[in-house]
Design a protein around this ligand. Structure first.
Ligand code: EPU
Length: 339
């Protein structure tokens, strides 16, 4: 089938902030062939190609003078199964949470802590998605990506991906790699990660002492739903800032100045500070300027109450960054990709 390219398409339904901008051209890729056609179209029309997944990690500040290609490829298959260790492959366009649920339905453990994260399978390795003590790198097997510079396919193993906190080789080389399909190693026995306090607490409250992966998933869905706004109801892109990594001496100084400071020592000696705590203490929680705001329950999340533009959200983010740097000598880095 020929790729269906439409001109002048609103991207409002395709970014979870719900920001209104237009794409000069827009198409959806169902398979590798569509992607090849999109690359050819982009070259022929001298239009850059911007690939998006669920649009949940995007801040669009202007009309996009590009061919926006939305990945909608589908397919989930088991590649190998030795009765305990299962390698499962999913196409990039699969919705992340639907994929997690399908693994749980197949009796597989490994993704329960990553339940209800918005976005697609293909976007997940980009920023090494993580929540409640687990990151995708912990269950990663390999992936296939298209090198947009050469047009060749390349396989990435775990070490090739250079995963770090909300970071990967794909994020470090923006626009180069187009992730087509991802393989994860899951297990038939439950290997649960319950060290994150609120998860244990929620299960205890429910009287569940021997949780299954599905129980953990449900607990995490409940915790997320309480704190994080549903993008279908209130536009947002999840955590807007990364939790900053600082040297131990600065963390110790800040702790003396602000005894309530929340920080987590890392294996490399740095300390990861809870940016949500810093932003809340600085008085931004629940702040609203026109339709751009800071969520009232989780200060790490910026929200669009309806008609905020990307520039208004960016302006708010920059005001927060400046304030936090002045108060705490800490630079907050934005998580979403900015266009
Ligand atoms: N906190 C505050 N005020 C706030 C928000 C948080 O004081 O407004 C404090 C909390 O009390 C807690 C600490 O900060 O002591 C950590 O808060 P939370 O558990 O809510 O997690 P987070 O650090 O704010 C990170 C991830 C989330 C992930 C959660 C759970 C980042 C940037 N964010 O948030 O990921 O779901 O941990 O593991 O690392 C995302 O990336 O979009 C995302 C939602």
């Amino acid at each position: 089938m020929t790729l269906h390219v439409r001109a002048g398409v609103s991207l409002k339904p395709f970014n979870t902030f719900g920001v209104e901008v237009q794409a000069k051209a827009f198409a959806e890729a169902h398979d590798d062939y569509d992607i090849r056609q999109a690359l050819a179209y982009s070259a022929e029309h001298a239009l850059p190609l911007l690939v998006i997944g669920g649009g949940s990690n995007l801040l669009l500040t202007t009309d996009i003078q590009a061919l926006v290609l939305r990945m909608v490829s589908r397919g989930i298959r088991i590649i190998s199964d030795d009765g305990e260790r299962v390698i499962i492959e999913a196409e990039a366009g699969e919705g992340w949470h639907a994929f997690v649920l399908s693994t749980l339905e197949q009796g597989l453990s490994g993704l329960e802590n990553l339940s209800l994260i918005p976005g697609t399978v293909g976007a997940a390795p980009m920023q090494n998605i993580g929540a409640y003590g687990v990151e995708i790198k912990d269950v990663f097997h390999s992936l296939t990506a298209l090198d947009r510079q050469t047009g060749e396919l390349r396989e990435f193993t775990l070490s090739d991906c250079a995963f770090a906190y909300r970071d990967s080789v794909f994020k470090q080389q923006p626009g180069r790699w187009l992730i087509l399909r991802v393989r994860l190693v899951l297990s038939r026995a439950a290997h649960l990660h319950l060290e994150y306090g609120p998860v244990r607490q929620r299960l205890d409250e429910q009287g569940i002492s021997q949780p299954t992966p599905k129980d953990v998933s449900l607990a995490i869905c409940a915790i997320r739903s309480e704190k994080l706004p549903d993008p279908a109801v209130l536009g947002n892109a999840g955590s807007f800032f990364k939790n900053p990594l600082v040297v131990a001496s600065l963390a110790a100084e800040l702790k003396r100045e602000h005894p309530g400071l929340v920080g987590y020592p890392q294996a490399d000696g740095q300390v990861k500070l809870a940016a949500g705590w810093l932003i809340e203490q600085a008085g931004w929680k629940g702040y609203r300027d026109a339709d751009a705001g800071v969520h009232r329950l989780q200060s790490l999340v910026l929200v669009n109450y309806g008609t905020a533009t990307g520039l208004q959200l960016l302006d708010l983010a920059q005001r927060i960054q400046i304030d936090i740097e002045q108060r705490y000598r800490v630079k907050l880095e934005m998580e979403p990709n900015l266009y």
